[in-house]
Design a protein around this ligand. Sequence first.
Ligand SMILES: Nc1ncnc2c1ncn2[C@@H]1O[C@H](COP(=O)(O)OP(=O)(O)OP(=O)(O)O)[C@@H](O)[C@H]1O
Length: 249
Amino acid sequence: MEAPPDNDVLWAHTLHFQYDDGTPALCGVSLGVREGEILAIGGPRGSGKTTLLRCLSGLVPVRRGEVWFNSVPVHSMGPLTRERLRRDRFGWIDPAPSLVPELNVWENTALPLMLRGTSRRRAKTAALEWLERLDIGDSARKRPHQLVQAERQRVCIARALAPAPSVLFADEPTAPLHRADRAQVLRTLTTAARSHRITVVLATHDAETAALADRTVSLLDGRRVQTVHLPPVAEPREPEGRAACSLSV
Ligand SMILES: Nc1ncnc2c1ncn2[C@@H]1O[C@H](COP(=O)(O)OP(=O)(O)OP(=O)(O)O)[C@@H](O)[C@H]1O
């Protein structure tokens, strides 16, 4: 059996993944992610990017192949150990913002820190700092329903960065943002990651987003390929009845 290299924080070897309905999503993908690296996982829709992030982060069990985090096997962990690993060491950003509706913005942002045992006061201070960095500090006391989609996504990004996770898995993190916002938020995300030595695994089908990473691993039909042409990304559609959001940054 091959051993993971010492300087790879994440290492996957011949990963295969098939959904319960039989859909093959990953076919023998191997990769290494170095500590502090920002790695883009590129590829068109349906190429397996989200599934790869789910396998690497321990969100789904790996039945064929291996995943190692800091030389610890994730593929052989039980569900509770994987859950603890995700809570204590990993961060996750989904393409669509998902917040607890009953909590305000800073409480949502502070939640992962409090789940890790940080006091409410310290978690609030950290949450407010990250909300400021994401230009959403003024909305700290608002409820999620009072924000537009793009603002909610900024809150999700602040929430993921606040605990300074060892690895941040970002699945199309700027999908709900407009072009101008996208570049600014991505720059904030990558700058924060670099200054806090957060390793980032960033799934994207957008060439401009991938260009901000240190390196890109490309997928096509669940397989790793040398290069893949990524078309320009379409603008997100605004929900009806809302003006196009322009966050002043
Ligand atoms: N829950 C599921 N059940 C069955 N098949 C799925 C499921 N989720 C994804 N798939 C299939 O697995 C394959 C890989 O999907 P995946 O979402 O990982 O790709 P992706 O590159 O992230 O795509 P996108 O950019 O659209 O999110 C696709 O064929 C997809 O249809």
